[in-house]
Design a protein around this ligand. Structure first.
Ligand SMILES: *[C@@H]1O[C@H](CO)[C@@H](O)[C@H](O)[C@H]1NC(C)=O
Ligand SMILES: *[C@@H]1O[C@H](CO)[C@@H](O)[C@H](O)[C@H]1NC(C)=O
Ligand SMILES: *[C@@H]1O[C@H](CO)[C@@H](O)[C@H](O)[C@H]1NC(C)=O
Ligand SMILES: *[C@@H]1O[C@H](CO)[C@@H](O)[C@H](O)[C@H]1NC(C)=O
Ligand SMILES: *[C@@H]1O[C@H](CO)[C@@H](O)[C@H](O)[C@H]1NC(C)=O
Ligand SMILES: *[C@@H]1O[C@H](CO)[C@@H](O)[C@H](O)[C@H]1NC(C)=O
Ligand SMILES: *[C@@H]1O[C@H](CO)[C@@H](O)[C@H](O)[C@H]1NC(C)=O
Ligand SMILES: *[C@@H]1O[C@H](CO)[C@@H](O)[C@H](O)[C@H]1NC(C)=O
Ligand SMILES: *[C@@H]1O[C@H](CO)[C@@H](O)[C@H](O)[C@H]1NC(C)=O
Ligand SMILES: *[C@@H]1O[C@H](CO)[C@@H](O)[C@H](O)[C@H]1NC(C)=O
Ligand SMILES: *[C@@H]1O[C@H](CO)[C@@H](O)[C@H](O)[C@H]1NC(C)=O
Ligand SMILES: *[C@@H]1O[C@H](CO)[C@@H](O)[C@H](O)[C@H]1NC(C)=O
Length: 521
């Protein structure tokens, strides 16, 4: 298009020049020389693996192509050639038996060795006499051997020794990485790495530096990891701990004590009682103890490597269980306002006493007093609400026992009224009654005057009365029964509510409404 349109516009351009330009254009655009590229896939390859030398954008005018080892086209360096016209190949002197040449230009190199590393050159012949060469390189790396970790101290002592861990062997172009407990490490105050990261130094080890440690090596083509190494750090013994932590035990039970101290190597344990060696074991067992087994119990731990000893002493008291107490009281029946004294009687010593009332811990009121050791409970003055079941409980660190219950009966004194609570309730009831009566009286009065005031249809009132015979609503009725009666009336009228209104007596409805209000109050 351009070729024909250009002369139409310009007119002056000679045909010969245009043709030359077109030819040049075709020549420069031709894919032959400009775009052939080669690459090794991959560039870095592990020993024993394969590498493919690829050629991209082979020209269509291709006739034959060659692969050479090195960067010169010496005949002795020819690996193989491929003749397109016949689709055949032939090998050259440098062919090792591991190379295959393909029609698309590629050369597959199998099972590469370290001395295969180097430059390879692609050369081709085309119909245009455009015969470029292209070179590439690939690198063969030995697979990394499995590393191992060596330590310059197999039994470091806690708080004393520093340890250098070294990752072996040393190899070229290798990166060294360390892991502790599966985590990549971060250098700190006590962790130092050498410049090449091959040596890890632990300054003044502690027991938590045990590890495991792993070393990983990496190069461009492979990764390898050592077996984990665990440090045997000597420490302890720490101060031993005796369990259980109790110090009081009940006689005729079995005493079983256990001692534990952190230590590496594990500690040797021994027990002594009151200074006498009792057992050379971690556990101490004494069956059926008596009070004679009270004393100081010592656990001694010994670390044979550090040659350190540590001890813990526990003072143990063996106690007899308490016997049930009894309550002493002059009488179980008292009159209100008298004073009562309950005594908890126990043979045992070293006990504490507590009192129970109706099965609950006794809450002391200001009318109650306890003697110094709680053995005597005095109530002065006693009140009717103090009636109930009294128990005392004695306990020592290993046991507790309760007395038989004592039932106290307090005869109410009628002059004393009743307890604050019931007096209040009664007062409330009285006030409520008075208020109720007053209200009803007021209501009845109001109703009476309402009826008389609007012309007082006496007949209607009297006729109504028999129909609600029990309900005397007369204003003169002021007996105490009135409260109950009103309640009844309200219920009665409420029951009538759904019925059609009685044409003869509109007044019950009015009463009903008003009485409902009274009820709500
Ligand atoms: C040459 O071609 C044959 C048949 O396709 C093939 O088996 C052989 O591996 C090729 N040789 C090379 C060096 O590519
Ligand atoms: C050339 O042929 C080989 C073998 O068939 C193939 O692996 C490779 O990818 C091809 N290369 C290109 C550039 O197509
Ligand atoms: C390359 O090394 C292998 C052994 O690793 C050897 O057999 C071979 O001869 C070497 N090739 C050259 C060209 O040196
Ligand atoms: C081990 O290496 C550390 C650090 O270099 C050093 O402090 C320590 O003395 C070495 N221990 C032994 C037993 O050589
Ligand atoms: C650690 O590796 C080195 C060299 O690879 C070797 O000499 C040594 O015996 C190995 N040590 C252990 C414990 O495997
Ligand atoms: C050493 O390891 C650290 C990370 O632990 C890394 O940042 C550093 O580059 C490594 N140095 C070498 C020489 O590999
Ligand atoms: C650790 O070292 C101690 C000696 O210090 C040895 O008795 C013990 O068996 C070692 N423990 C292990 C797990 O190797
Ligand atoms: C424990 O010892 C007492 C005497 O101290 C004895 O009467 C009792 O039978 C013993 N009990 C057991 C279970 O051995
Ligand atoms: C530590 O205890 C052991 C017995 O377990 C004893 O032989 C040794 O003398 C004790 N060492 C010291 C320093 O008390
Ligand atoms: C154990 O008792 C002894 C005297 O009997 C006393 O000196 C010591 O402090 C007591 N130890 C403990 C831990 O109570
Ligand atoms: C207990 O008190 C009651 C009333 O005060 C009295 O009747 C009774 O005789 C007394 N009983 C004794 C054993 O004192
Ligand atoms: C006396 O009893 C009170 C509780 O009622 C208790 O807190 C206190 O420890 C007891 N004292 C004695 C000596 O038992």
């Amino acid at each position: 298009m351009e070729l024909t349109s250009a002369p139409l516009h310009k007119g002056q351009v000679p045909w010969r020049g245009l043709l030359l330009a077109a030819l040049l254009l075709a020549y420069w655009n031709s894919p032959v020389s400009a775009q052939v590229t080669v690459e090794a896939v991959p560039t870095h390859v592990a020993e024993g693996a394969n590498v493919l030398l690829q050629v991209h954008n082979l020209p269509t005018t291709l006739q034959v192509f060659y692969w050479y080892k090195g960067d010169t086209l010496a005949d002795s360096n020819e690996i193989a050639r491929f003749i397109i016209s016949s689709s055949t190949n032939s090998t050259g002197p440098a062919h090792t038996g591991r190379e295959t040449i393909y029609q698309n230009g590629s050369l597959l190199f199998q099972n590469v060795m370290q001395n295969d590393t180097g430059t390879y050159t692609f050369h081709m012949l085309t119909a245009n006499f455009d015969n470029p060469t292209k070179s590439l390189q690939f690198y063969v790396h030995a697979p990394l051997p499995k590393p191992n970790i060596t330590s310059n101290n197999s039994n470091p002592m806690e708080g004393e020794d520093s340890v250098a861990l070294m990752c072996e062997p040393e190899t070229q172009n290798t990166v060294y990485l360390w892991r502790i407990n599966g985590q990549s490490l971060s250098e700190g105050d006590r962790l130092k790495l050498s410049i090449d990261n091959r040596t890890l130094t632990l300054l003044t080890v502690v027991r938590t530096d045990t590890g495991p440690y792993e070393c990983e090596t990496r190069n461009l083509v492979s990764t390898s990891r050592s077996d984990p190494l665990t440090l045997n750090i000597t420490y302890g013994p720490d101060v031993p701990i005796i369990s259980p932590s109790d110090t009081h035990f009940q006689s005729r039970t079995n005493l079983s004590l256990s001692c534990h101290a952190a230590s590496n190597p594990p500690a040797q344990y021994s027990w002594s009682v009151n200074g006498e060696l009792q057992a050379s074991s971690q556990e101490l067992f004494i069956p059926n103890i008596t009070t004679n087994n009270s004393g100081s119990y010592t656990c001694l731990v010994h670390n044979s490597v550090t040659d350190l000893n540590r001890t813990t002493v526990k003072n143990i008291t063996v106690l007899e269980p308490v016997t049930p107490p009894s309550i002493q009281v002059a009488n179980t029946t008292f009159k209100e306002l008298e004073s009562v004294s309950l005594t908890c009687d126990s043979q045992d010593i070293g006990i504490s006493i507590r009192w129970l009332f109706n099965g609950q811990s006794l809450g002391l009121t200001d009318r109650m007093k306890l003697s110094e050791n709680n053995s005597t409970l005095s109530i002065d003055p006693v009140r009717r609400e103090d009636s109930g079941k009294y128990e005392c409980e004695v306990s020592n660190p290993v046991s507790s026992e309760r007395s038989n219950p004592i039932q106290l009966n307090i005869i109410p004194d009628p002059t004393q009224g009743s307890s604050g609570l019931s007096a209040g309730a009664i007062a409330g009831i009285v006030v409520g009654c008075v208020a109720g009566v007053a209200l009803i009286a007021a209501l009845a009065y109001f109703l009476y005057f309402r009826k008389t005031g609007r012309g007082t249809d006496q007949r209607e009132l009297t006729e109504h009365k028999p129909s609600a015979s029990n309900h005397n609503l007369g204003p003169s009725d002021s007996s105490p029964n009135k409260v109950n009666e009103v309640t009844y009336s309200v219920l009665d009228f409420s029951a009538q509510r759904p019925r059609p209104p009685d044409s003869a007596s509109p007044s019950p409805r009015a009463i009903e409404a008003v009485y409902s209000e009274v009820k709500k109050k």
